[in-house]
Design a protein around this ligand. Structure first.
Ligand SMILES: [Zn+2]
Length: 139
């Protein structure tokens, strides 16, 4: 017996003061993360201090949104009805060009996703937030 597909909004992220700039950037279709003013490293998640050298603060930086797939999994089941209709799909850990490593869905058939694949950011606007995804990048 098949389950009817229900149109449900995916759960929204819990936005806090540290991550507000990141989510505001996604809403404007940019990847923005803090760059350390001391060591220059860009960090994810967007913490209030640098995890590499301890320097507080940092400068919000617009990133290229381009990276490579470090690893990935393919989801065949989901724990939320909002994702049922999309199965199966790939979630990858992506190394961004500027250094940070982020996890996001890959908008491509799961069988076409591979480690080392070049990907570029895509932005999916939900009711109250924007989701970062990636798609294979045309070189
Ligand atoms: Zn630092």
């Amino acid at each position: 017996m098949s389950t009817p597909v229900v149109s449900v909004e995916p759960p929204a992220p819990q936005i806090d003061p540290d991550s507000a700039g990141y989510w505001r950037g996604l809403a404007e279709h940019e990847v923005r993360l803090p760059r350390c003013s001391q060591c220059g490293k860009v960090r994810f998640p967007p913490l209030d201090a640098c995890p590499y050298c301890g320097e507080p603060g940092g400068e919000e930086t617009v990133l290229s949104g381009v990276g490579t797939v470090y690893s990935f999994i393919v989801l065949h089941r989901t724990f939320h009805p909002a994702f049922e209709a999309d199965l199966p799909f790939a979630i990858a850990v992506v190394d961004l060009e500027e250094g940070p490593r982020v996890a996001a869905r890959i908008e491509a058939p799961p069988e076409s996703v591979s480690i080392g694949m070049r990907v570029g950011a895509r932005y999916v606007d939900h009711e109250s937030w924007t989701e970062l995804r990636f798609a294979p990048q045309d070189s």
